[in-house]
Design a protein around this ligand. Structure first.
Ligand code: GRF
Length: 210
């Protein structure tokens, strides 16, 4: 097992980034965050990186003339920082093959719903409006679709009759922090295997060697 060389992409609050940083500090996660990149300036996630002494930078997509040029630069800065795996943590941009082929099968995301239900924005509100009684989060590989890559792990939470978007989001977020750290540790241990099939790829977690 070797220390996971991680890049984390953010756009906002960064509580998942914080969960990752805390788990590394507590030796629950064998990883090093080599670089945090935000596409939005002055967000809380950048403050969290700074407080943890982790390198960070803002790479604003609006300053690039095309999506392709933005993604090339994004991949370059991560590469130069020694990043091997990329974790999206509230990163509000769709990534295309320009970026993904630079980190093949090494980009993961966390989504606040039980995929394939409620992909896209405001997933918790979509779930509430639908009237589901169980909600949750999903950690998955990133492909070119919207929240559509192979699922690695899911965690569930109950939905209560008096929930609103904020209360449900908070309950899901607590599970997100646990799920993301757990999956990243599995990756560090080399335990996630992607098997291709005619219907698409499936991710499975290999049992720990005895
Ligand atoms: C989380 O709900 C995550 O699932 C979604 O964006 C939110 C980011 O929260 N992709 P935070 O910035 O990690 O606090």
């Amino acid at each position: 097992m070797s220390t996971l060389q991680l890049g984390v992409l953010v756009s906002g609050n960064g509580s998942n980034l914080q969960a990752i940083l805390d788990a590394i500090a507590d030796s629950r996660l064998d990883a090093a965050v080599r670089l945090v990149v935000s596409n939005v300036p002055d967000v809380r996630a950048l403050e969290r990186a700074e407080r943890a002494g982790v390198p960070s930078l803002t790479l604003c997509h609006r300053e690039f003339s095309s999506r392709e040029l933005y993604e090339q630069r994004l991949a370059d800065v991560l590469d130069e920082a020694g990043v091997e795996w990329v974790a999206l943590a509230g990163f509000m941009r769709i990534l295309t093959s320009t970026f993904l082929r630079r980190f093949p099968d090494r980009v993961v995301n966390i989504h606040p719903a039980l995929l394939p239900a409620f992909a896209g924005a405001h997933a918790q509100l979509q779930a509430l409006n639908y009237g589901v009684k169980v909600a949750g989060c999903t950690v998955h590989f990133v492909d070119e679709g919207v929240d559509s890559g192979p699922i690695i792990a899911q965690r569930t939470v109950p939905v209560f009759d008096d929930d609103d978007e904020a209360s449900l989001s908070g309950r899901i977020l607590t599970e997100e922090h646990r799920a993301y750290v757990e999956v990243l540790q599995w990756i560090a241990e080399g335990r996630i295997h992607l098997a291709g099939g005619s219907e698409g790829s499936r991710a499975r977690v290999v049992r720990q060697p005895p």
